[in-house]
Design a protein around this ligand. Structure first.
Ligand SMILES: NC(=O)C1=CN([C@@H]2O[C@H](COP(=O)(O)OP(=O)(O)OC[C@H]3O[C@@H](n4cnc5c(N)ncnc54)[C@H](O)[C@@H]3O)[C@@H](O)[C@H]2O)C=CC1
Ligand SMILES: CC(=O)C(=O)O
Ligand SMILES: [Mg+2]
Length: 594
């Protein structure tokens, strides 16, 4: 019996269902397949539509796992899982939860990147909400299809310009919104039917897609400037009107839009840019634990950010704040410890006109770099002697042996995070980093890597991916019904994450919590965010317990878990959208499929 009764987002107890027969079997929200018990088969007119054997969810998951294993490639496995989700949502989440470590790279980076790149080729059934810049007047009509105002908790949206390190993928970006929402459910128990994936189709500059006759998005160059801003504004206003409680997650926008959009809307609504803020939080958490192992104080470290785009400057901002806070320094002084490098080399003040606003901040006086080849990473390392080198450049193998060994000459424990995704774009392989530094390196990577052997011991390589941070942060925002997502709430989340790093206990363990423990990690992250929201007067939810232990229980009680719930039959006439299987459903309602 749950301790907290009548919680809005409670997910136990019977579900009302108005569907029967074949329509019920085709509704992934209710469908249990061979798991329907006999009495439900009779009540819901399923007699004759299923083989007589009745399976438990565990048995079904075992069968599905065998089928999964028979898929020859990672992409085939990804397609299999997509179609399983389309048939039986509970079974999909149960299967993935049971094999999280193995399946995470298949439903997320790197394989999801391949699925996105092949979206128009692999397309079977639409999932999510498609909004086009050429039909802005339809935004509200389109959103109206996705449930009543209180039924959507999280909206993930992308314009597809910089997907997972593989660049412009146009309308295929719907799948990054879908994947991020799946992770909210898997890793933080956000109810899968209270989320809405959106693609903001503004065209594409990807020549492959522009010339592909099967491409499904707007086959025109990307719209930019005023018209683009007007589209985003209309979308945000429509979301506020239609789903006033929804927390908006921005994903994989291009360099010139990601930060601008976040800066504009973060002051007025609860929103979050995952590449900027999620990556910033998780990387700072990994840095805190690396500093613990290396016995560095964060306020003393010198940092080189290689690749100063959305993720790079987002991380730099978080580290900057931490240096200033922990060292009681001004931001100007803290800034002297961070060097941002982009395609042209170190960012310099003479070039500020060509820099984005976020980069502008980090540009160095030209005088400091006279006589140095500021475009050579080795020279930069020689000059700066950094403790920390972070890659978000999409330039594979940029951290060469020479770069790494130069760094290791100046510091005892080089901290090196190659974060570019997918795996083939990583700035370095952890195995090489360990070999080149005789095991002195402390590393974490953007996609999963196996542990590395050092002197007969295994050193874990933590996955430093925003997926460790954003689910718990979002859960905190949703449960507290936070009015805004503030820097203080992100600091609270980062500290909660850092406090759970296995490396705090064992220096060979990961610098961040493992994906396998992520649900419990999310509980603590969410609790930290909620506490901060309450403290800052930003929580609209009235019933938040003030005792820490109770708060965590309250969070756990509202996390959706992959279990079958008993079905209660209700009449079709007058049935709620939920009973018709339309509750925030990620597909268009059955009647509107094409
Ligand atoms: N591990 C994680 O959680 C995350 C990883 N990423 C990864 O980081 C990478 C960058 O993503 P975003 O920042 O969103 O993209 P972005 O396009 O905003 O930034 C990339 C930056 O790298 C620069 N760059 C390109 N070639 C370079 C080179 N040869 N040397 C130095 N800089 C170079 C670009 O000019 C740009 O400023 C991607 O691979 C992405 O998958 C992004 C977000 C989260
Ligand atoms: C992980 C992520 O958000 C990215 O690579 O864009
Ligand atoms: Mg991203």
């Amino acid at each position: 019996m749950p301790k907290f009764t009548k919680l809005t987002r409670s997910t136990s107890g019977p579900q009302e269902c108005a569907l029967t027969g074949a329509a019920l079997l085709q509704c992934p929200y209710f469908n249990k397949g061979s798991g329907f018990p006999q009495h439900e088969r009779e009540t819901f007119s399923l007699v004759g539509l299923l083989p007589s054997g009745i399976n438990t969810l565990d048995e079904q998951a075992r069968r599905a796992y065998e089928q999964y294993q028979n898929c020859g490639t990672a992409l085939a496995k990804n397609t299999f899982l997509t179609s399983l989700k389309d048939q039986n949502e509970v079974l999909f989440y149960r299967l993935v939860q049971d094999h999280l470590q193995e399946m995470f790279p298949v439903i997320y980076t790197p394989t999801e990147g391949d699925a996105i790149a092949n979206y128009s080729r692999l397309f079977r059934r639409p999932e999510g909400c498609f909004l086009e810049i050429t039909h802005q007047e339809d935004i509200e009509v389109a959103l109206d299809q996705w449930g009543s105002p209180e039924e959507v908790d999280v909206i993930a949206c992308s314009d597809g310009e910089q997907i997972l390190g593989i660049g412009d993928q146009g309308v295929g970006a719907i799948l990054i919104s879908v994947a991020k929402l799946i992770i909210y459910t898997l890793c933080a128990g956000i109810h899968p039917n209270r989320t809405l994936p959106v693609v903001l189709d503004v065209g594409t500059d990807n020549p492959g897609l522009l010339n592909d006759p099967l491409y499904l998005g707007l086959q025109q160059p990307r719209v930019r400037g005023e018209e683009y801003d007007k589209f985003i504004e209309r979308f945000i206003r429509a979301c506020r009107k239609r789903f006033p409680q929804a927390y908006i997650h921005f994903e994989d926008f291009g360099l010139h839009n990601a930060r601008r959009i976040l800066d504009k809307y973060t002051k007025e609504i609860a929103c979050f840019n995952d590449d900027v803020q999620g990556t910033g939080c998780v990387t700072l958490a990994a840095l805190y634990s690396a500093c613990h192992v290396a016995k560095y104080r964060i306020q003393d470290v010198r940092v080189v950010m290689f690749g100063a785009g959305s993720a790079g400057t987002g991380i730099a901002d978080q580290i900057l704040d931490a240096i200033a806070l922990e060292g009681r320094k001004s931001k100007e002084d803290a800034m002297k410890q961070i060097w941002c490098v982009d395609k042209q080399g170190i960012l310099l003040q003479s070039e500020t006109e060509s820099l984005t606003l976020a980069q502008h901040y980090y540009a160095k006086p030209d005088g400091e770099w006279q006589g140095v080849d500021k475009s050579s990473l080795v020279e930069i390392i020689k000059t700066v002697k950094p403790h920390v080198l972070i890659g978000t450049s999409t330039k594979p193998k940029a951290f060469t042996r020479e770069v790494v060994q130069e760094m290791a000459k100046h510091v005892e424990r080089p901290i090196i995070f190659p974060l570019s995704n997918p795996t083939r774009l990583h700035e370095a392989d952890p195995k090489d980093l360990v070999e080149w530094t005789n095991g002195r390196v402390l590393t974490a990577t953007g996609s999963p890597f196996p542990p590395v052997k050092i002197d007969g011991r295994m050193r874990e390589v933590a996955e430093c991916n925003n997926s460790t941070a954003f689910p718990g942060i979002g859960l905190g925002a949703v449960l507290s019904r936070a009015k805004l997502m503030t820097p203080a709430m992100l600091v609270a989340a980062t500290k909660a994450l850092a406090a759970q790093a296995p490396a705090l206990q064992d220096p060979d363990a990961g610098l961040l919590p493992d994906v396998i423990n992520v649900r419990e990690v999310s509980v603590k992250t969410a609790a930290a965010v909620i506490k901060q929201a309450v403290k800052d007067g930003l929580a609209q939810e009235q019933r938040i317990p003030d005792n820490d232990k109770e708060l965590e229980e309250w969070v756990r009680d509202q996390m959706w878990d992959a279990q079958y719930r008993p079905l209660k039959k209700v009449d079709w006439v007058g049935a709620s959208p939920a009973a018709l299987g339309e509750l925030g459903s990620k597909r268009a309602p059955v009647s509107r499929q094409f």
